[in-house]
Design a protein around this ligand. Structure first.
Ligand SMILES: Cc1cc2nc3c(=O)[nH]c(=O)nc-3n(C[C@H](O)[C@H](O)[C@H](O)COP(=O)(O)OP(=O)(O)OC[C@H]3O[C@@H](n4cnc5c(N)ncnc54)[C@H](O)[C@@H]3O)c2cc1C
Ligand code: SF4
Length: 400
């Protein structure tokens, strides 16, 4: 992948170092670091799936700031370039694009997934593909929707939904985005987007008694000024907004991800009476913030302001609470009555139907989710290889 970073204060013992050194701190990150220092918060460069030096044939980061539009030199890890292209080159992968999977079918016993049905968006043609293993990785909304829509005699409420667990325990990272304006030229438009510098000291709440969990504090840089207008500056209009936006290059930008609470009643469901153009039931979404989310958010918002002030900002703005990183809805667990998949991310009761993505997390901590998704996918892959080689193999312990 090309992860960059250094040892951090929060690593577990014997954590291996990333293959690439950290990306040097940008001027805004150095200012934020001073703010952390003043408040007694430890900091370190973030751990990024972005190359700080040429690695495995991919370029080092050019600091151009356009990460969110896709990296034109592939310094940033992207699955299409790093995983799918080499897989296609083996000649053993067929990639079907412009198509939407609308249904999964199982055998008559309901314990084995047999095929997926899909529709081509351009021609409307419906096809199906049979498989020994089916892996769903179409995000925390669409995975439960697809399973709930795939009803049959053995799965009258949707595949794997015997105990009403599919789509439940939906949650996210409650998020606060902050902008601190100083008199210094930080060239904030330069640099990769996320986490040039971070403090994870607040991920475990030791200051307040009114909530559990915590929040991370991560810097933002690059071509992301628009998100400031949409979030921390959203109450400003006209000349007031224009003035602050013109000061983007004098700004420090921090984002906090708050350890959100999984809530049983927050869920993705489907409306069986209403279908979309492809005939799939439309999704229904219920989501309320947990009181713990709101209290942690209040603390995170206050802390961002303190860091900016300590870092020399003369004015700062923080956003209202908003959600990042949908998680839950297919959570892992040993008990099918309280979880949707087993620890290898396999839908309970269907031995060859796997799931990948943030929907699997029983809890989300307060850091970015995608590297953990990859770690879980590797674990599932090892399990699938074992099962593939020996169809009778089903010991959970053997691949741990
Ligand atoms: C602006 C932004 C910034 C982010 N920054 C970071 C970051 O810095 N670090 C980090 O760790 N994470 C970040 N994230 C989160 C990260 O993008 C997600 O965690 C990650 O993309 C999830 O990967 P996924 O493959 O599970 O799901 P997705 O990326 O959502 O992919 C799901 C795919 O399935 C397809 N699909 C859906 N339904 C069907 C169907 N029925 N049939 C066929 N295909 C289907 C979709 O079209 C999509 O291509 C960011 C997200 C956003 C929006
Ligand atoms: S700043 Fe982002 S888009 Fe630009 S080279 Fe670096 S990783 Fe790629």
């Amino acid at each position: 992948m090309g992860v960059s970073g250094s040892a951090t204060w929060w690593d577990e013992l014997a954590t291996p170092l990333p293959p690439n050194p950290p990306i040097p701190l940008y001027p805004a990150s150095r200012a934020i670091q001073r703010g952390f220092d003043q408040l007694g918060l430890r900091s370190s460069p973030g751990r990024l799936a972005t190359n700080s030096q040429t690695y495995q044939g991919r370029s080092a980061c050019l600091n151009c700031g356009y990460c969110r539009s896709g990296c034109r030199v592939d310094a940033k890890y992207q699955a299409d370039e790093v995983l799918i292209k080499p897989a296609l080159a083996t000649g053993r992968l067929e990639l079907v694009t412009r198509s939407v999977v609308t249904r999964i079918d199982t055998d008559r016993s309901g314990t084995e997934a047999r095929s997926v049905s899909y529709t081509n968006l351009d021609t409307g043609r419906e096809s199906s593909a049979r498989a020994r293993f089916i892996i769903l990785c179409n995000n925390p909304f669409e995975i439960p929707r697809l399973l709930l829509a795939s009803t049959s005699r053995r799965h009258p409420n949707g595949i794997g939904n015997h105990y009403d667990q599919i789509g439940r325990n939906f949650y996210s990272h409650a998020t606060c985005l902050g902008m601190g304006i100083s008199n210094d030229d930080h060239r904030t438009y330069v640099g990769h987007s996320m986490c040039n510098v971070m403090s994870l000291d607040t991920c475990v709440n030791r200051e307040r008694k009114d909530y559990v969990g915590g929040f991370s504090m991560l810097s933002l840089n690059g071509a992301g000024a628009g998100s400031l207008a949409a979030f921390p500056l959203h109450k400003l209009h006209g000349i007031d907004l224009q003035q602050r936006m013109a000061q983007y290059n004098n700004s420090m930008v921090l984002i906090t991800f708050i350890d959100g609470m999984p809530v049983y009643d927050n869920r993705i469901g489907i409306n069986r009476k209403k279908t979309d153009a492809l005939g799939m039931p439309v999704p229904t979404i219920h989501y309320d913030w947990h009181e713990n989310d709101r209290r942690a958010f209040a603390h995170a918002r206050e802390k961002i302001g303190q860091v900016f002030e300590a870092a020399g900002a003369y004015e700062s703005f923080t956003s209202e609470i908003f959600e990042s990183h949908p998680m839950g809805t297919m959570r892992m667990g040993n008990n099918p009555k309280t979880s949707a998949t087993d620890r290898f991310c396999r839908v309970h009761g269907v031995h060859n139907l796997y799931v990948a993505g943030g929907c699997l997390y029983p809890t989300g901590s307060s850091v970015n989710p995608t590297l953990t998704m990859h770690a879980l996918a590797l674990r599932s892959a090892r399990k699938i290889i074992k099962q593939w080689r020996n169809p009778f193999f089903d010991s959970l312990a053997e691949v741990e």
